[in-house]
Design a protein around this ligand. Structure first.
Ligand code: SF4
Ligand code: SF4
Length: 299
């Protein structure tokens, strides 16, 4: 007798980048417009309510395999509602990943309540705002908790020595990325120095010509604002629908890029000709290449 296994529903992947109104930060990075910015209480209340509504949408949207990256203007993990939402979403069976960009200043113990197969961090080291030892202590906490994370730095000349020391102190399994500094043109010698630290620095060092190029953004990746406005990505402001009236569903379709250049990792990872989804696979949102450490860097 032939037995038939029940057919499991195949869920299409949808990558969701979420950015609420929060724009405050505890750090004072000289290269950032949100440095030491303070949000008024009413904005924080609105940010919390928006995030709660978004989490409800994630919970209810079970026909997709969802991967969520929180990309706040400022720092989210100093706010309890981001920590609680990450824990909550990490336990949903249709959520493949929930990650956040963070300066890693806040305590990490709360992550013990999250599913370590799903929760992840994109952590940036900001020399001058925190000591290397303190930042590394946070990294050790994450390793102890079994939480996936990448670590990165902005590739400013002043940061190079710190980045080298950080790379040397981190275990090889932790990927260290380097973002090209905005407005900085790298000589080939500088590019080689940074590439020695991050073999994928070449993706970041020059903006990618993207006009007319096919992009997953708007098809299997979206950008969501606090009020539910859906755009294809953070860099093309035209709305394509709203999360809460269901119009996002009909909006998802293949679209060529309408911008001349794409120069931010959270955008160009979706640019189809670059094939970076193959490079990062399950680590796409927290920026961890699928094959890491690379064979040559294994001890
Ligand atoms: S930690 Fe991030 S958000 Fe905060 S000031 Fe620095 S760059 Fe800006
Ligand atoms: S290439 Fe960049 S700017 Fe263009 S649609 Fe994709 S993510 Fe947006």
């Amino acid at each position: 007798m032939t037995t038939f296994l029940p057919l499991l529903p195949v869920r299409e992947d949808l990558y969701v980048l979420y950015r609420g109104p929060l724009a405050s930060c505890n750090y004072d990075c000289p290269y950032c417009p949100f440095a030491k910015r303070v949000d008024p209480p009413e904005l924080l209340r609105a940010d919390r309510a928006d995030l709660e509504r978004f989490a409800g949408w994630v919970e209810a949207t079970t026909d997709r395999r969802l991967s969520v990256l929180f990309t706040p203007w400022g720092e989210g993990l100093t706010r309890s509602w981001y920590r609680e939402t990450i824990v909550r979403l990490s336990h949903l069976p249709h959520v493949a990943r929930v990650a956040i960009q963070t300066n890693l200043a806040a305590r990490t113990g709360w992550l013990a309540g999250a599913d370590p197969r799903v929760a992840a961090l994109w952590a940036t080291y900001h020399p001058g705002q925190v000591t290397r030892e303190r930042f590394l202590a946070r990294c050790r906490e994450l390793l102890g908790l079994g939480i996936r994370f990448s670590v990165g730095v902005v590739g400013l000349p002043d940061h190079h020595a710190e980045a080298v020391a950080l790379r040397a102190a981190l275990p090889p399994e932790v990927y260290l990325w380097v973002n090209a500094a905005e407005g900085h043109v790298y000589t080939s010698a500088e590019e080689a120095r940074w590439t020695a630290l991050d073999p994928r620095f070449g993706d970041s060092v020059r903006p990618h010509p993207s006009l007319g190029e096919p992009c997953h953004a708007g098809e299997t990746a979206i950008s969501v604002l606090g009020d539910g406005t859906v755009r294809r990505c953070h860099f093309i402001k035209t709305p394509i629908g709203n999360l809460y009236d269901g119009t996002w569903r009909a909006a998802l379709q293949p679209r060529p890029c309408t911008n001349g250049l794409c120069d931010c990792h959270i955008g160009y990872v979706h640019l189809k000709p670059l094939e970076l989804r193959d490079v990062y696979a399950d680590g796409l949102l927290e920026r961890i290449p699928a094959v890491w450490p690379q064979p040559a860097t294994r001890p």
